[in-house]
Design a binder for this molecule. Structure first.
Ligand SMILES: [Zn+2]
Length: 297
């Protein structure tokens, strides 16, 4: 389906000159052959032969290889040109017309592929309107802050702007969106255990245990301690407390245990949008129930 018309061709001829290294000089003149939108600079020799300029050297010399045969260019043998069309300018013109047509065909193919891809994307969005809307909203929301959303979800959202997601990717994106929504809903129900300075009692499940072996800190030796994160249960649902303690009960704590902790509110923290209350002072721990074995994470 090559219907491209032959483009107009013009030739601009320069002055005769000598080119190449002193020991390999020849007489040639530059020719600028314009074919439609293609421009090609060539050299014409005295015998009508057409050359390309050598693109590896400077007039036959490669200055960075001066130590090897005086830097003569091995690509053009110091002549600064390479044979392109031995049959002359008509051969060059014919080749450039072919090249121009190939360019047009390539452009047309690219345009067709882009149109097909765009149509595919429209079809996909029409088939997945909810997900497409959610992903568009993520792109909109993360313009200035990519970290505002999970990295995988961010990538999928941007991919969905260019091409359809595969069924697997769509399902994964949907799952991530659902998880984020569930987390946001959970975070919205969370609250601090009390105002700073209050002494509070919270009952909940241990979700993180982290042993700190102590050692020498900037203010001298520190004793070993246990860091716990406890998610409130029952009446304390929505309260998350963190505490570092050297109490034996804290060392004995395991993930999954239910404990009642009493301590002073030291700080209001936030982690992943969830309010966390840091307890300090002299904390007391009462283990309500222990898990049989620590659950696998
Ligand atoms: Zn060269």
């Amino acid at each position: 389906m090559n219907t491209t018309a032959t483009p107009t061709q013009t030739i601009e001829t320069g002055e005769w000159t000598t080119i190449g290294r002193i020991e390999c000089q020849r007489t040639a003149r530059p020719i600028t052959l314009t074919t439609g939108t293609r421009k090609r600079v060539l050299f014409e020799g005295r015998n009508g032969v057409i050359y390309d300029g050598c693109d590896r050297c400077e007039n036959g010399t490669r200055w960075e290889y001066m130590g090897i045969h005086g830097g003569i260019c091995y690509y053009c043998h110091g002549t600064a040109v390479r044979l392109a069309f031995k049959d002359g300018i008509e051969q060059a013109k014919k080749r450039e017309r072919t090249n121009w047509k190939a360019d047009r065909r390539r452009e047309q193919k690219v345009a067709e592929q882009a149109a097909a891809a765009a149509a595919e994307l429209v079809t996909w969005k029409a088939a997945n309107p909810e997900l497409a809307r959610e992903l568009d909203a993520i792109v909109e929301a993360t313009q200035n802050d990519p970290s505002a959303v999970d990295g995988h979800l961010y990538e999928l959202a941007y991919k969905s702007q260019r091409q359809p997601l595969t069924a697997k990717q769509a399902a994964y994106a949907q799952r991530l969106i659902d998880e984020e929504k569930a987390h946001a809903a959970y975070a919205a129900t969370c609250r601090y255990a009390g105002v700073i300075g209050d002494r509070v009692t919270v009952t909940g499940k241990v979700v993180v245990t982290s042993f700190n072996e102590g050692g020498y800190g900037p203010y001298g030796p520190r004793s070993a301690s246990m860091f716990l994160v406890v998610e409130g249960t029952g009446a304390d649902e929505g309260v998350v407390v963190t505490v570092s303690s050297s109490a034996k009960a804290a060392f004995d704590a395991q993930r999954g245990d239910v404990m009642t902790i009493t301590g002073a509110v030291k700080k209001h923290d936030t982690r992943d949008d969830v309010p966390q209350t840091k307890l300090g002072g002299r904390c007391t721990f009462v283990t309500v129930s222990k898990v049989e074995t620590e659950p696998a994470k």
